[in-house]
Design a binder for this molecule. Structure first.
Ligand SMILES: Cc1cc2nc3c(=O)[nH]c(=O)nc-3n(C[C@H](O)[C@H](O)[C@H](O)COP(=O)(O)OP(=O)(O)OC[C@H]3O[C@@H](n4cnc5c(N)ncnc54)[C@H](O)[C@@H]3O)c2cc1C
Length: 570
């Protein structure tokens, strides 16, 4: 048939799973689809496979928060054999849609969902080819022919009309392997199988750090349940000096998972595209951060939590963030953690949300897509004010991890220090690092650690490091940047020597943000500002500038919808 198009999906993790599901649902028969996966597992992706987890690692979302797939997580769990429950130490009678799961178990769920969809695709007689152990090493655009070439590590090349890049997480190595005791990330976690008798430094205190903590604590000691439902921790013999120190900018621990009222609230509360466009047209083409904050955040409290609304209705974004951070900074982090654990338990027990926290997650999610419409001035405010708060509130710590961290802290094995804005990790060639920072009493510190694990989470990959080099050479991708609303502000930053500010030939100033430019449909935008009809980018490490808050499976679901709508109607 003449109008059959060839589509390639690069990577077969959760992003690809949602794309695949939507393609099948769209009942669009005019595609021949090839899926390339560098490993040999469908659906699990990085966090839910051995690339990103051991048995001890857990998800941060529960069944009720997961976008719909073929079977619900709960129904799927009920069908699993007993040995699975034994392996992961789960009581079959206590499973529920409100509990987080071991990540490897969740990966098995995603894998089964992919297989079910594959069967469905067969029934619908769709043409789909799977290529396993097939790492994509380059993408070459051919605008003249309207085709894209995909090149594999073995040199094979395939030609397509459309390509969706779903290659997901990437953890570049800077020093790991060359500097003993230095780890650029805790992934894959099998490498942290280290019996240690000294202090370990982690950079970061969020979920990535907790992954490292869960692994190291099991290898160097043991958790035992107490009679009151908590945990005790004891170090193994020979590990008496083992201790983990988290280093974070503000010395804060992340917030704890509570009962999320309705994760679909996320979808309802986001400003519509039409509202955004209307506002932009009245605001020199920019979306104002204050407008976003008012509409997508403050006004939601009018109904949900009047008391809280009264407290915040006169605050702007900066004042609001200051209020929240002040509240947290005034209490010792592990004491606050302990108090928040009780609050979260209550919220879970009563199935009652803590609205302002839920809505902060909403705010963060709502910022994600429209962020590229902000002015550079507002983007700087977002980066400076809101992002530090979001990193604390968006990554909710599951209860099990909280109990372990409290037990470790009680045993004197886990601590957190505040290193401020200007810390520095000096790499020692013979091994380990020296952590330089100014502490809360304004005292200069320099502490040596034989083992260091960078736990800042998925790094944004710079434009220059984009892995599909032909696209870079062809200028089919462009550096993500955002225009200053007031050129004078741009000029001032430029003259101050801000290396992220650049000037175009017309004298306009821009703020560079991480990664590459994409349009609203996740299509690449080239150096001349034209979008690419053929290539879609769903891999988050390359689009972090235009998508500052990446929201996991929610993102996979919503981005896949936009992409498939565009692909099948475009
Ligand atoms: C440690 C960790 C824990 C997380 N936990 C949660 C959570 O609990 N809940 C949540 O909602 N979100 C979580 N996230 C967010 C996460 O980004 C998404 O849930 C999801 O994994 C994103 O899926 P993806 O397919 O885009 O990327 P990935 O999961 O990274 O999958 C990419 C796939 O592409 C393959 N691939 C990569 N490069 C190539 C190549 N060159 N050629 C061919 N194939 C390739 C990989 O093997 C993999 O299968 C977590 C993230 C991390 C890092």
């Amino acid at each position: 048939v003449e109008n059959i198009k060839r589509l390639a999906i690069l990577g077969a993790g959760p992003s690809a799973l949602f794309i695949f599901k939507r393609l099948i649902e769209a009942d669009y028969k005019f595609f021949e689809i090839d899926i390339f996966e560098k490993n040999k597992i469908l659906g699990a992706g990085m966090p839910y496979s051995l690339d990103g987890a051991n048995d001890e690692h857990i998800t941060n979302v529960s069944g009720n928060e997961i976008p719909d797939l073929q079977t619900s997580v709960l129904d799927w769990l009920k069908q699993q054999p007993d040995d699975i429950f034994h392996r992961f130490n789960i009581d079959r009678n206590k499973i529920s849609d409100y509990k987080v799961l071991p990540r490897l178990l969740f990966g098995a769920y995603l894998n089964d969902q992919f297989k079910m969809l594959k069967r469905l695709a067969n029934e619908k007689e769709m043409t789909i080819n799977f290529y396993f152990n097939s790492e994509v090493t380059d993408i070459i655009d051919n605008p003249a022919l309207g085709k894209v070439l995909v090149e594999l590590q073995n040199g094979q090349k395939f030609s397509y009309d459309n390509v969706i890049v779903c290659t997901g997480h990437i953890w570049p190595k800077k020093h790991e392997g060359n500097v003993p005791g230095y780890f650029d990330s805790p992934y894959p976690p099998q490498k942290l199988n280290l019996k240690l008798n000294h202090k370990v430094a982690l950079r970061g205190s969020s979920l990535t750090a907790i992954d490292a903590i869960r692994t190291l604590s099991r290898i160097n000691g043991e958790f035992r349940p107490t009679s009151n439902g908590k945990l005790n921790y004891n170090l193994n013999q020979g590990c008496e000096n083992f201790k983990i120190i988290m280093h974070s900018r503000n010395g804060l621990l992340p917030a704890i998972r509570f009962h999320l009222e309705d994760s679909h609230l996320l979808n309802d509360s986001v400003l519509t595209q039409a509202e955004i466009f209307e506002h932009k047209s009245k605001n020199d083409g920019f979306l104002s951060l204050d407008f976003l904050f008012d509409k997508n955040f403050k006004s939601l409290f009018k109904e949900k939590d009047e008391e809280f609304y009264e407290k915040i209705k006169h605050l702007n974004l900066e004042e609001f963030v200051e209020m929240v951070l002040d509240l947290r900074e005034s209490i010792e982090p592990f004491k606050l953690f302990s108090a928040e654990y009780l609050e979260a338990e209550k919220s879970m027990r009563q199935k009652k949300s803590i609205y302002w926290k839920e809505l902060l997650a909403v705010l963060s999610y709502a910022m994600n897509k429209p962020a590229k419409y902000l002015s550079a001035e507002d983007m700087q405010r977002l980066q400076k004010t809101l992002m530090p708060l979001i990193s604390i509130v968006i990554a909710f710590v599951p209860q099990g991890s909280v109990l372990e961290m409290l037990a470790l802290n009680n045993a004197g094995v886990l601590d957190i220090v505040s290193v401020g804005e200007k810390s520095n990790v000096e790499v020692c060639e013979d091994g380990g690092i020296v952590y330089h920072y100014v502490d809360e009493d304004d005292e200069k510190k320099a502490e040596y650690f034989k083992t260091f694990i960078d736990c800042i989470g998925q790094p944004h990959i710079a434009y220059e490091d984009f892995p599909y080099k032909s696209l870079l050479r062809q200028r089919a991708i462009s550096r993500a940047r955002i225009k200053f609303k007031n050129n004078l502000n741009g000029l001032t930053e430029f003259n101050k020597g801000n290396i992220n500010v650049e000037k175009d030939i017309n004298g306009n100033f821009y703020l560079r943000v991480p990664g590459i430019t994409i349009n609203d449909c996740y299509q690449l935008v080239d150096d001349y500002g034209a979008f690419n009809e053929r290539i879609y980018m769903m891999a988050v490490p390359y689009i972090g500038g235009f998508n500052p808050d990446y929201s996991g499976l929610d993102f996979c679901e919503s981005a896949s919808k936009i992409i498939i709508d565009r692909l099948t109607n475009g």
